[in-house]
Every structure is written in structure tokens, then in C-alpha cells.
Write a protein that binds this ligand. Structure first.
Ligand code: NAD
Length: 360
């Protein structure tokens, strides 16, 4: 059956990197028998310019009706003076909450060819392959009440609320255990159970869910230690699962272990594995329009889309192998370029992946 992918290029380098992912999709259709229909939509600043809203109703409808969403990136200085309620980023947050994408999967995988691109010593990061599973629609980022109030003595006080329902913890824990089952079967749940009751509860529920996954070795770690361990000895981790805010911080930290933000994909999934896939980086306004952005994070996001939402496991691996191949062949966009290496353009990198796929 033909599946539909909503393609939302967005702003800045978004359209350039998405164009390369589309090339890959076209070759998968032509030479690998993939049956997909691509439908483009507006999001972010591009949508504001065209319709006045960062998430137009047609885009939301398209995303809801599609089997998966592939997104470039949103935002840029042009839209920063706008009221926060209608900024480009609201389009992205709106999509995440409307599609109920509660599970954010961020692999931090170091391609062996890029071992020198990391700021950490090669022996610390060589072979690194971590998956961070972050809860995306709950916790302190969404908890009520929130705001700023005036106390009896007239002083202002700000507050946010860290809340998790048992069902919210259970469903993200299951995603993490199931991911671990397909990998090295080790799961580290990260919390601050020594200080925060809400995360003591998190630990209790994750432990309870773990009884259904006897093959997975579960451990728990406080978030401050986890941050330290990620830099000290990151290879001890296989899958990590954590709350919305801790995951936000730790996944950015982990991404940097691998050297370039231009290499890392992400998936945000709902309860039925429908998902939105996007590179972890932003719209990079400083390099937009120059044909120098690295399209590999977007192409690897497409591989995740095929794996998780279209169940095309072999094709996903084929794309990942093609990316490895072009790196082995020495192709480098400027962000991953080392001394003495010639840089290629965004389009040349995309073309090289297509060629590697044709030879696969
Ligand atoms: P950014 O990720 O856009 O850029 C950070 C740095 O990384 C820049 O120097 C940029 O040139 C470089 N970079 C990013 N992607 C690259 C790629 N594919 N190839 C080569 N280099 C790359 O972060 P920022 O500068 O903090 O944010 C810029 C805009 O993007 C802001 O408007 C921000 O709100 C938005 N943003 C959007 C998303 C998203 O769409 N998911 C995520 C983060 C930031």
C-alpha cells in the first residue's frame, strides 16, 4: 500500500537539506520499490510569511493524515521580533502536541570516520552508540500551575510544576525497554530521585515496568552523575530514558560527543509509531542559502522514518550504509571537514549518497 509522507522543509537551511532527502526518497521509489507519496506543506517562518500562522490548518491536516512527517527546521532572525505566540517554533511545538508525539528518540552514534571530529579523545568516543529516549509532552515544560505571582509581602515569585502521571511514565518506559531489547539490552533511567518526589515516582514506575522486560538490564542514575558520566565514559550507556527537561539537556550533551550537529537525526513518536522525523539542529541562518549545510542528519532522519513508521527496516539500514560509504570515501561538508580534506557542497553530498545507494 502506498504510504504518505508529509514533507515540511521550513526555514533557513531546511529547504536545502530536505531537497537532498527527497533525492534519496526518489531513488528508493525508482530502484528499491518503495511505495510512497510525498506531500509538501508549510511550517514555521515560511508559513507565517504565506499565511500569518506558523502551523496553518492545512499543514496540521496533512500531518495528521500522513503516515509520517519529515521536517527540515524552523526559525530565524527574521521572525524573532514577532510575539512568542506566533513565532516559527510554535509551529513545531504545536505539531508535537497535536500529533501526541510523546517519545523523542535521539541516537548519538559516532561514525568511525568522524572520530577526530569530536572534542573528546578518540579512545573515549570511538564506537559510541547511545540512544536517548526523552519524554516529550509532559513534565515541567507543560505542568500547571506555572507563571509569576505576587506574594503577600509584594515580592514577585516565579514557579513551574514538575508533574507526571503514572501512565505517562509507563508509556515512555515501554518505548525505552522495547528499544533496548533491539540493541544491547541495557537501559539506564535518569532521574533526581534523591531530591524530587516526582522523579522518585518516575523511578518506581520504570522499575515496575521493567518486570515485563526481564532480558533488559535496568539501572538508575541521578541526572548530575549522568551528565558527568556522559563526558567521562559515554560508552557505558546503551539506552537512556529520562524526563522532558533532563532529556532536553542530556541529549544535546550527547550529540556533541559525536562531533557535529549536522550528523544527528531524531524521531518523535506517538503511541502507534506514527512520527515526526527531523535533524536535531536548527535552521542555521548563518549558512542558509550557501549550499554548504550538511544534509546527512536529515537523510539519517529519513532512515529512522523508514524504520519506525514505515517498517522498512532493510531500506533504513541501506541508507545508513550509504551514509557510511560516502564518509569512507572521504566526502565532507565544511562542518565535518578535517585539515587536508576537500569540502563538498550540500548537493554534492546528497548526490554521493544517491550514488552509493545505486551501487548498494
Ligand atoms: P542551529 O542548530 O541552527 O545552528 C548552530 C550552529 O550549527 C550554527 O553555526 C550552524 O551553522 C551549525 N549547523 C546547524 N546545522 C548544520 C548543518 N546541517 N550543517 C552544518 N552546520 C550546521 O542553532 P541556532 O543557531 O541556535 O538556531 C538557529 C535558529 O534555528 C533559531 O531560530 C532557532 O530557534 C532555530 N532552531 C530550530 C530547531 C528546529 O527546527 N527543530 C532546533 C533548534 C533551533
Amino acid at each position: 500500500m502506498t504510504k504518505t509522507i508529509a514533507i515540511l522543509p521550513g526555514d533557513g537551511i531546511g529547504p536545502e537539506i530536505i531537497a537532498e532527502a527527497i533525492k534519496v526518497l526518489e531513488i528508493l521509489k525508482k530502484s528499491f520499490g518503495l511505495k510512497v507519496q510525498l506531500e509538501q506543506g508549510l511550517i514555521g517562518g515560511a508559513a507565517i510569511d504565506a499565511t500569518g500562522h506558523p502551523l496553518p490548518a492545512e499543514t496540521l491536516k496533512l500531518a495528521k493524515e500522513s503516515d509520517a512527517v519529515l521536517l527540515g527546521s524552523v526559525g530565524g532572525p527574521k521572525w524573532e521580533p514577532l510575539n512568542i505566540a506566533i513565532r516559527p517554533e510554535k509551529g513545531l511545538l504545536g505539531l508535537r502536541s497535536e500529533l501526541k508525539l510523546f517519545a523523542n528518540l535521539r541516537p548519538a552514534l559516532l561514525f568511525p570516520e568522524l572520530v577526530n571530529a569530536s572534542t573528546l579523545k578518540p579512545e573515549i568516543v570511538e564506537g559510541l552508540d547511545i540512544l536517548i529516549v526523552r519524554e516529550l509532552t509532559g513534565g515541567i515544560y507543560f505542568g500547571q500551575p506555572r507563571g509569576i505571582r505576587i506574594l503577600d509581602n509584594g515580592e514577585r515569585q516565579s514557579f513551574n510544576t514538575l508533574v507526571y502521571r503514572e501512565s505517562e511514565i509507563e508509556r515512555i518506559a515501554r518505548v525505552a525497554f522495547e528499544s533496548a531489547e533491539k540493541r544491547q539490552k541495557r537501559l539506564c533511567s535518569v532521574d533526581k530521585a534523591n531530591v524530587l518526589e516526582a522523579t522518585e515516582f518516575w523511578r518506581e514506575i520504570v522499575t515496575q515496568v521493567g518486570k515485563d522486560y526481564p532480558n533488559v538490564q535496568l539501572s538508575h542514575m541521578y541526572v548530575d552523575n549522568a551528565a558527568m558520566q556522559l563526558v567521562r565514559a559515554p560508552k557505558q550507556f546503551d539506552v537512556m530514558v529520562t524526563t522532558n527537561m533532563f532529556g532536553d539537556i542530556l541529549s544535546d550533551l550527547a550529540s556533541q560527543l559525536t562531533g557535529s550537529i549536522g550528523m544527528l537525526p531524531s524521531a518523535s513518536l506517538d503511541a502507534n509509531n506514527k512520527g515526526m522525523y527531523e535533524p536535531i539542529h536548527g535552521s542555521a541562518p548563518d549558512i542558509a542559502g550557501q549550499n554548504i549545510a550538511n544534509p546527512l542528519a536529515t537523510i539519517l532522519s529519513l532512515a529512522m522514518l523508514l524504520r519506525y513508521s514505515l517498517n522498512q527496516l532493510e531500506l533504513a539500514t541501506t541508507i545508513e550504509n550509504a551514509v557510511s560509504q560516502v564518509l569512507r570515501d572521504g566526502l565532507r561538508t565544511p562542518d565535518i571537514q578535517e585539515e587536508g580534506q576537500k569540502a563538498v557542497t550540500t548537493q554534492e553530498m546528497g548526490d554521493a549518497v544517491v550514488t552509493a545507494l545505486q551501487q548498494a
